[in-house]
Design a protein around this ligand. Structure first.
Ligand SMILES: C[S@@+](CC[C@H](N)C(=O)[O-])C[C@H]1O[C@@H](n2cnc3c(N)ncnc32)[C@H](O)[C@@H]1O
Length: 309
């Protein structure tokens, strides 16, 4: 294991990977541009997994930062209601932790949890994340890993199982084989009764029949491995998870608004040209908003429980 400095003093660890994967390189490229550019598009906090805006008659406009946080809070409320996850959290994991907004929130809302892990394939994002989590209570609880979802088995300290795992927006980026390997490995690393909280963009069978994927040379956001709800949940069940809750969240209207706000920010800040992943958002936003409103694409919040072995 090799320790790397991110931004002065803040570190993450590089875990070994046992395979090469051109698609992983595509993901890494999608997130290599400056966080500052992404902030112009996503908001200061850099939540990058949809948003809940609330009622259209809300007294004032809700920002992307607020909407992103509100969606995360809604999901955590689902996970903690009705006794689900009724346990003291000793170790949590954020798979595909982005620039760290979710991880930082978890470290704040679970101040007594002694270990908060985040993993990502993007070194650029992890460096930002390492800096971001400096202000959480007892930041030494936070451990960051440069690690592919395919290599979850490599995460240190296997004798200490996870009580809660969050995977928001990451399964979208995984080739099916990597997703299946990750679920198998997660099941082995999670305590029976522990919870896996997923947010994912999923495609109707009809959509997939017509547009199953994207050509690699235009897939600058690495979204080519589209998945259906049935596939995603079948893999979870086969991997030893029980689905406790599945709902469309955010609503199609909120999801459409979110992606159109991203496009609007790109048009304002990068009117001529933007980096390829931002151009990809600009190009797909309108069609995606329509597909969301037509229910051909939906964003799901899924809560799965690691079944007893
Ligand atoms: C859409 S972003 C969501 C980020 C964050 N979870 C959030 O809610 O803001 C997807 C994240 O998954 C990460 N990711 C994609 N493929 C991955 C893989 N194979 N292993 C680990 N992380 C991956 C990306 O680098 C990115 O940080």
């Amino acid at each position: 294991m090799q320790a790397l400095s991110g931004i002065e003093g803040a570190t993450y660890e590089v875990l070994p990977s046992h395979h090469s994967d051109p698609f992983r390189d595509q993901v890494v490229r999608a997130y290599e541009d400056s966080a500052g550019d992404w902030q112009k598009v996503l908001g200061e906090q850099l939540h990058f997994q949809w948003g809940v805006f609330g009622h259209p008659d809300a007294p004032r406009a809700v920002s992307l930062d607020e909407a992103g946080l509100s969606y995360l809070e809604r999901q955590l409320a689902i996970a903690t209601q009705d006794g689900a996850g009724d346990t003291t959290l000793r170790r949590v994991l954020d798979v595909g932790c982005g620039w760290g907004a979710t991880l930082r929130h978890l470290a704040h809302v679970f101040p007594d949890c002694p270990r908060v892990d985040g993993m990502n394939v993007s070194a650029e994002q992890l460096a930002h994340c390492a800096d971001l989590v400096r202000d959480v209570p007892r930041p030494d609880r936070v451990h960051l890993y440069l690690c592919d979802a395919a290599d979850i088995a490599e995460l240190p300290d296997p004798e200490q199982p996870y009580d809660l795992v969050v995977a928001r927006g990451v399964i979208t980026h995984l080739p099916p084989r990597v997703y299946e390997t990750a679920v198998e490995a997660l099941a082995r690393r999670m305590r029976p009764g522990s919870l896996l909280l997923v947010s994912e963009t999923l495609y109707s069978e009809d959509f997939l029949a017509h547009e199953p994927g994207l050509p690699a040379d235009t897939d600058h956001l690495a979204l080519g491995h589209r998945k259906s709800l049935r596939y995603l949940t079948d893999v979870l069940r086969e991997g030893g998870f029980r689905i406790r809750d599945d709902r469309v969240l955010p609503s199609p209207e909120d999801a459409a608004r979110w992606v159109l706000e991203l496009k609007s920010n790109i048009d304002v800040h990068f009117p001529e040209t933007a980096h390829p992943p931002l151009e990809a958002i600009r190009r797909m936003a309108s069609d995606l908003a329509v597909a969301l409103l037509q229910r051909r694409v939906s964003v799901h919040s899924i809560l799965a429980e690691r079944a007893p072995v």
